[in-house]
Write a protein that binds this ligand. Sequence first.
Ligand SMILES: Cc1ncc(COP(=O)(O)O)c(C=O)c1O
Length: 400
Amino acid sequence: MHKHPLAIHGGEKTRRTPMPPRRAFGEAERAMLMEAVDYYASRDEDPPYQGRYERLLCEAFSAYMGGGHTDAVATGTAAVFVALAALELPRGSEVIISPVTDSGPLNCILMQGLVPVVADSAPGSYNMGVEQFLARVTPRTSAVLAVHSAGEPLEIDRLVEAAHARGVKVLEDCSQCPGGSWKGLKVGTAGDIAAFSTMYRKTLTAGASGGLVWSPDEDTYRRALAHADRGKPAWRTDVDLRNPGHALFPALNFNTDELSCAIGLASLARLDDSVARRVAFVRRLSALLEDSEVCAPYPFHEGFSPFYFPIMVDAEKIACTKTEFALAVQAEGIGLGEHYGCLVAEWSFAKPLLSDDFTTVNAFAVRDSSFNLYLNERYGEEEAQDVLRAVRKVEQWYLK
Ligand SMILES: Cc1ncc(COP(=O)(O)O)c(C=O)c1O
């Protein structure tokens, strides 16, 4: 097989045009935003907290989830914070957290006076496994904060069953997997409460920043509502909500705004289409990667809603490190990160605050044997072919 000089060594790039930018803020989002602006202008009003577009977004999201109750908040971190607070866990109790997540969820546990206990992922996965969860449960465990990482749905039916059997509440963080499902069960609906980030990089986006809290239970939802807005009992019509004296407890203000909610409505209307496009790309590239001698696709399950795409590298077969391999593919014009970096057990600020110095060996193993292909709903056949061509070119160079 003829070897072509790699772009990283000064050779010609496989792909000369940039990978397609996402542009999640599309025509539909712009139109909804302008509709909200015009709506308030026509009424000669300023957009308020908890206005028409927040109500519409929450109703549409509850319908999308098949029922239940939704509150829209300012960020995904706020959504996790409010959802966790709504569970009213005993101070000082333990909350088991996934090994792979953003730092916001971990900080929510810490800032509510709870003790984070990191569980490992299932072998070969970025997601907490049920056995790995059970290995970390103690009599002090009050909840599990389970992240559907990378867009891969957790084995949530078994996790909820195992947790509830031990009196442990379940908070699902669905930020990276909106619209996903596990055995036909929509991601977020199996636990006690769910949080979603809708920041600009997420598949469901409220433009720049946002979050959603969803619960099947009205009381849990009401507690979330009050925790999201200074302790106010927003469902009560018999009290003056402008009077802070009617608050149920001290809480911060995590309100979102009408313009973000309008953008979120447009994004939600095309969520299934966005997920389907991402899934089609991942499936196509996974099939193409059968031609690779070194790379294999992350084993996503049915119902996935891909956020990023880990590509596994068999380092035994190449005369370079996984990172050198990934950087060479990147230099060919393919958008990627050398790996997904969000592993709780390695953050130095967090180490002294975790329950113990448990290491998440399975999560590290997946991280260390994969690179992280970026993707969005505008990726198609051309991009899949280019990724394969870049991978094949680099592996021809480095194959032992
Ligand atoms: C799993 C997960 N949870 C929570 C967050 C926090 O969301 P935000 O950035 O909207 O606060 C993110 C990403 O940012 C995330 O990926």
